[in-house]
Design a protein around this ligand. Structure first.
Ligand code: NAD
Length: 252
C-alpha cells in the first residue's frame, strides 16, 4: 500500500489538472451512511420519499422522513480528513475542482472552493412555486411542510430528487473536467447512479488516468481504474496528503 500511495502522489504531482469525483463513501467517516448496502439509509427508509411525484402529493409524509434523515441526523456531521486533504490539495495547486454527488456540504465546510454539486445541496431549500432559494436556518422545520415567505409555495430541499434533472452548471463543469483532466481521483462511489456515473468513463476516454479510493471494488475498478487504493477515504487521503505536503489536517 505504501508503494501505491507513493505512486498516486507522483501521478498527482505530475498532473497539470486533477479532478476529484466524490460519492457517499467519502462522508462515511463523518458519520453519514451511504444509501446502499448494509447499514445504508435505504435499509431503514423507503426511497420513495425522495421521488418528486410522491413528494408533491404527500409533502408532510415525505418531509417528516426527510427531516429525520437529512436535517436532524446529517446536520451534525463535520468534514473528515479526506475532505480536509482535498481542500488542502486545492490550496496547494494540486487539485482543480471537485465534482461531488454528495449533498452534505462537507467539501465546502472543509474549505474547498471549486465544488460542483451534481445532486444539489441539502443546506438550501427551494420554493416549488417561485423558485426562491433559502439557506437552511432561515426557515423553521418545526411546522410541516415548510412554505415560502414570498408566495406560500411548498419548499423542497435543494437537492435532486428521483425524477428531477441534474443542475446545468454541474453538468457543464463535469463534462469540462472530463475533457481537461490528466488525473481523475474517484473517492467512495459505487458508480451506480446515472448519469453521474458516466463522468469518469468520459474522463478515461479523453485520456485521463484514474486513481480510485474505496473500501470495496466498484463499478469502475476493473473497467477503468489505473491505481486502486483500497481503504477508508479518510485514512488513505491522510497518507496521501503526507506524501504531498506538510500541512496538518485538523478539523477546527
Ligand atoms: P453509494 O451509497 O452508492 O456507495 C457508497 C460507496 O462508498 C460504496 O462503493 C462503498 O464501498 C464506499 N465506501 C463506504 N465507506 C467508505 C469509506 N469509509 N471510504 C471510502 N469508500 C467507502 O454512494 P454513491 O455512489 O455516492 O451514490 C449514492 C447517491 O446518494 C449519491 O449520488 C448521493 O447523491 C447520495 N448520497 C449522498 C450522501 C451524502 O451527501 N453524504 C449520503 C448518501 C447518499
Amino acid at each position: 500500500m505504501e508503494d501505491q500511495i507513493g505512486k498516486a502522489a507522483e501521478m498527482l504531482r505530475e498532473s497539470r489538472y486533477t479532478t476529484a469525483f466524490t460519492g457517499a463513501g467519502i462522508s462515511v467517516e463523518s458519520g453519514i451512511p451511504p444509501f446502499r448496502g448494509n447499514d445504508g439509509i435505504w435499509e431503514k427508509y423507503d426511497p420513495k420519499v425522495l421521488e418528486i411525484a410522491y413528494f408533491m402529493e404527500n409533502p408532510v409524509k415525505s418531509w417528516t422522513i426527510i427531516k429525520e434523515i437529512f436535517y436532524d441526523f446529517f446536520g451534525l456531521a463535520k468534514p473528515n480528513k479526506a475532505h480536509l486533504a482535498l481542500a488542502e490539495m486545492e490550496k496547494q495547486g494540486l487539485l482543480g475542482r471537485i465534482i461531488t454527488q454528495n449533498i452534505d456540504n462537507l467539501h465546502q465546510e472543509a474549505g474547498s472552493k471549486e465544488v460542483f454539486e451534481f445532486h444539489g445541496n441539502s443546506k438550501r431549500l427551494i420554493c416549488l412555486g417561485c423558485r426562491r432559494r433559502y439557506i437552511l436556518g432561515t426557515i423553521s422545520l418545526d411546522h410541516m411542510p415548510p412554505t415560502c415567505f414570498e408566495c406560500g409555495g411548498l419548499l423542497k430541499p435543494d437537492f435532486v430528487f428521483f425524477g428531477e434533472g441534474i443542475p446545468q452548471t454541474a453538468l457543464t463543469a463535469s463534462y469540462e473536467a472530463a475533457s481537461l483532466s490528466d488525473v481523475f481521483l474517484i473517492i467512495g462511489t459505487t458508480g451506480e447512479v446515472m448519469p453521474a456515473n458516466q463522468i469518469p468513463f468520459l474522463a478515461k476516454s479523453a485520456g485521463s488516468r484514474i486513481i480510485e479510493i474505496n473500501t470495496e471494488p466498484s463499478h469502475y475498478t476493473t473497467q477503468i481504474t489505473d491505481l486502486f487504493l483500497q481503504g477508508k477515504a479518510g485514512e488513505v487521503m491522510e497518507k496521501l496528503a503526507g506524501k504531498l505536503f506538510t500541512a496538518s489536517l485538523d478539523n477546527d
